[in-house]
Design a protein around this ligand. Structure first.
Ligand code: HPA
Ligand code: ZN
Length: 339
């Protein structure tokens, strides 16, 4: 193993951009389909794997929503979440801030409490079982209406003490952040943290809207911000964290080649970028795989890798005192590796 990969493996890390439904591995999809007697258009694992091939965000989303149909019971959501946590514990992940898409389930008749109960059961057990703490972020599907988002917020009301923030995901083009300004305002009034996918496929103006109209605390993706120097300065000066997802960007053709990924440039511009896996079952790798492949493709230095690990905690919604403990652990590992 290269020194760089050994350092990546050894560093404590947080993951800040992960869709739980996007951690549904082909094996699990087959298993849940069988146990719930759900018809899926695949007979073999190879057929599922072959379908996990995309040329843009919408291509992926079509498969992603189809995959969700096998998730039926609280136990399914628990097992899905637990499998993700077990997987990233092996990557030395110490804290996760995970998304779930309640509308992807309520729209097909699964009551709101089914996914959230199963997910929370696994997340609540994670500290003892894997040494992983968590925050849970409920996403609104942006291809649906703001009225639908308000209805989802209403369904979430009994759970709001267990939900730490809200996000915005799904098809970006044609669904700008401003479409959700009122519901984000209502969420802010309830003390929820706010994040939104912006600038993955959408233009820099969508990132401006996420900052100015949604008043987000963190930007998911944000790649296309680099097209606008004034926006880069805004994000940098506000200290906003970007949750960047390199293997996702490659799978969805946001970049044509990982060598062209802007991660190194983001860091050089002084942006607080982080590395994340987005939908690891669909995009070819969990957190350390994203670090490894990005480091190799764009030539990240050991110092940059350590910076990225630190950004993952300082960009998290953990209290400062808890962040400080993780940062001290990172310094200890860095010293051991002579950085
Ligand atoms: N972008 C938008 N919506 C999503 C994604 C993504 O990468 N993953 C799951 N929903
Ligand atoms: Zn995402």
């Amino acid at each position: 193993m290269s020194d760089l990969n050994a350092l990546i493996d050894a560093l404590p890390k947080a993951e800040l951009h992960l869709h739980l439904e996007g951690s549904l591995e082909p094996e699990q999809l087959m298993e849940f389909a069988a146990r719930n007697k759900v018809d899926i258009p695949f007979k073999t694992l190879e057929e599922v794997r072959a379908a996990y091939e995309f040329s843009n965000l919408q291509d992926f989303l079509d498969i992603y929503y189809q995959g969700m149909s096998v998730l039926q019971t609280e136990a399914d959501f628990h097992d899905l979440t637990d499998a993700y946590l077990k997987r990233v514990a092996a990557d030395n992940v110490r804290h996760v801030e995970v998304f779930f898409d309640p509308q992807g389930h309520t729209e097909r008749g699964i009551p709101f409490e089914v996914p959230i109960k199963g997910i929370l059961k696994a997340l609540d057990a994670a500290e003892d079982k894997y040494g992983i703490t968590y925050r849970l972020i409920m996403c609104f599907l942006r291809h649906l209406s703001e009225e639908d988002a308000f209805e989802t917020l209403k369904q979430a009301e009994p759970w709001l003490s267990r939900i730490h923030g809200v996000g915005l995901d799904s098809s970006e083009m044609g669904h700008p952040p401003s479409k959700f300004a009122k519901v984000f305002e209502a969420c802010r009034a309830r003390g929820l943290k706010l994040v939104a996918h912006a600038g993955e496929e959408g233009p820099p103006s969508y990132v401006y809207e996420a900052i100015d109209e949604l008043k987000i605390d963190r930007i998911d993706h944000g790649n296309r911000s680099l097209e606008d120097d004034a926006l880069v300065a805004r994000i940098r000066d506000a200290g906003l964290t970007l949750t960047v997802c390199p293997l996702s960007n490659l799978s969805l053709c946001v970049v044509d080649d990982l060598k062209d990924h802007p991660m190194k440039k983001m860091l050089a511009l002084g942006l607080k970028a982080t590395i994340n896996s987005d939908d690891p079952a669909y995009f070819g790798g969990y957190l350390n795989q994203n670090f490894r492949e990005t480091a190799a493709a764009v030539g990240l230095t050991r110092e940059e890798i350590i910076q990225l690990a630190k950004n993952s905690f300082t960009g998290s919604f953990l209290p400062k005192a808890e962040q400080a403990k993780h940062l001290a652990d990172i310094d200890e590992v860095a010293a051991r590796y002579g950085v």
